[in-house]
Design a protein around this ligand. Structure first.
Ligand SMILES: N[C@@H](CCC(=O)N[C@@H](CS)C(=O)NCC(=O)O)C(=O)O
Length: 212
């Protein structure tokens, strides 16, 4: 593949994290264009819509994190595959992907909205904590007999779910770097330890270290 991809990136966002750890896991060097959440003009100019992440490659533009990780897997075939040639496995991968983007994302995105609203809402925080615990318990059960969600290697299910789960186990480094992460460190605090999920999240987040 010819040129290095360019990633328009909103650093703390779980959808952007998903693409960065996918690029890291596949060992694909890339250029990063940091996006200021208060000025979407560069994103709209390059992609015709306001959401990040956006990937630009060889004159083509891809947006939506799910579409971007599919583009990377289809076009960098000599890197570790994250989707499958097997029909049934692909069904299962997509089922987990949609669960992560729906059920697991819900408490995280409700807390993001609360953070940007600047309001105090104890009920909303309590609800998000309860939801997160319920949904992280599913991941903990799943990891009881395997290192990753679909078995012994990382795939699109881990790369999609871990960035959302990360916000229940925010690191000090992230809390220092991102005000929204500091808000999570203070307010989204699962009562259970979830040791397997915590270790799995840090394994996946370790791939977020390869800016261009
Ligand atoms: N379905 C899209 C959703 C993208 C999305 O919601 N991006 C957020 C960051 S997580 C965004 O750019 N939000 C606009 C903002 O926060 O101003 C994807 O998966 O990429």
């Amino acid at each position: 593949m010819s040129t290095r991809p360019i990633l328009y990136d909103l650093a703390p966002s779980p959808n952007n994290l998903k693409v960065r750890i996918t690029l890291g896991y596949k060992g694909i060097p890339y250029e990063k264009v940091p996006v200021d959440g208060n000025d979407r003009r560069p994103v709209i100019e390059v992609s015709g819509q306001p959401f990040t992440p956006v990937l630009v490659h060889d004159g083509r533009v891809v947006f939506d994190s799910g579409a971007i990780i599919r583009y990377l897997d289809a076009n960098w075939r000599d890197t570790p595959r994250i989707f499958s040639t097997d029909y049934q496995t692909m069904r299962e991968i997509e089922d987990w992907e949609w669960w992560a983007r729906g059920e697991l994302a819900e408490p995280v995105l409700s807390m993001v909205r609360l953070f940007f609203s600047g309001k105090e809402d104890e009920d909303a925080i309590h609800r998000a904590n309860t939801q997160f615990e319920e949904r992280c318990a599913r991941i903990e059960r799943r990891l009881a007999d395997r290192p990753f969600l679909m078995g012994d290697r990382i795939d699109a299910t881990d790369l999609t779910a871990a960035p959302f789960a990360f916000y229940g186990f925010v690191t000090e480094k992230a809390a220092k770097a991102w005000p929204v992460a500091a808000f999570f460190a203070k307010n989204l605090r699962p009562r259970e330890e979830f040791p397997l999920s915590r270790a799995w999240v840090s394994t996946l987040m370790a791939y977020d270290r390869m800016p261009g």
